[in-house]
Ligand binder design. Structure first.
Ligand SMILES: [Zn+2]
Length: 256
């Protein structure tokens, strides 16, 4: 289990305020690496500080599409400065979310393209959120030549066809708790169909806890349940799945 790599966690979420140290201890006892994702102006500096403090934690910085209304030029400058930090290994979370709010579509697109520019400048991969926005996400990734930066489509919810299309551009597919859910048809198909070299696993904690913890608070070490489910779906051993996703995670985040 020691090579478990959670490629997408939110350890600074308020839900960890009472026991964050224990959650980090669980990482040290059970896992290899975690990328902790900052997604608003308040969390990003703390995400970097936490990664400075713990060698198993890395950081990504960005402004989540749901938080597009909090954008300020000064805030963006701060993200750009933080992004240069050596333990910041990804730009995001960024992307498009048309599930919560479609009134901000245009602003979300502008902000997404800003993140893509930054990722290309710094040669760091993108951490991409796409919820009910598959068409526009693909269009922007292609038009901006985002494959220069590469990255992960996290919590991937598209079809096998879309997965293959972004993989052809060099992007990785992030799968988490939903692949273990009873009603998870699309995620299961994607988990089975894509080449193993482009698959990474994640928790997106504190949300999306895998079965048998569905509905409870999620945390990085629970990514082992997602790993076990995907190994079963692909008919390979858990060890092989963990080792492959560990190597893939290191490759996409360009870790030594
Ligand atoms: Zn996230």
């Amino acid at each position: 289990m020691m090579n478990l790599f959670d490629t997408h966690a939110h350890i600074l979420d308020d839900q960890f305020n009472d026991d964050r140290e224990q959650v980090i201890r669980n990482i040290y006892d059970n896992m290899a690496l975690v990328v902790n994702i900052g997604c608003n102006l308040e969390d990003c500096p703390h995400t970097v500080a936490l990664a400075e403090q713990y060698d198993k934690l890395y950081a990504a910085v960005g402004l989540h599409p749901e938080d597009v209304k909090t954008y300020t030029p000064e805030g963006w400058d701060m993200i750009c400065r933080l992004a240069e930090h050596p333990k910041v290994v990804g730009i995001g979370e960024t992307g498009l979310d048309y599930y919560w709010d479609t009134s901000t579509k245009d602003a979300q697109k502008v902000l997404f393209e800003q993140h893509i520019d930054l990722a290309k400048q710094l040669h760091k991969p993108l951490v991409i959120h796409d919820r009910e926005a598959h068409g526009d996400t693909l269009e922007i990734l292609k038009r901006t030549n985002a494959k220069e930066a590469g990255g992960i489509l996290h919590a991937f919810s598209g079809s096998v066809e879309m997965a293959m299309e972004v993989i052809k551009m060099g992007f990785y597919i992030g799968l988490g708790g939903p692949v273990t859910f009873k009603n998870a048809r699309k995620a299961v198909e994607v988990a089975q169909a894509i080449p193993l070299e482009y698959l990474v696993i994640e928790t997106d904690c504190p949300y999306m806890a895998p079965v048998p913890f569905r509905g409870k608070r999620n945390e990085p070490m629970l990514v082992q349940h997602t790993a076990a489910k995907i190994a079963e779906l692909r008919g390979i051993s858990l060890e092989e799945l963990i080792e492959a996703t560990y190597q893939n995670g290191k490759r996409v985040y360009r870790l030594k």
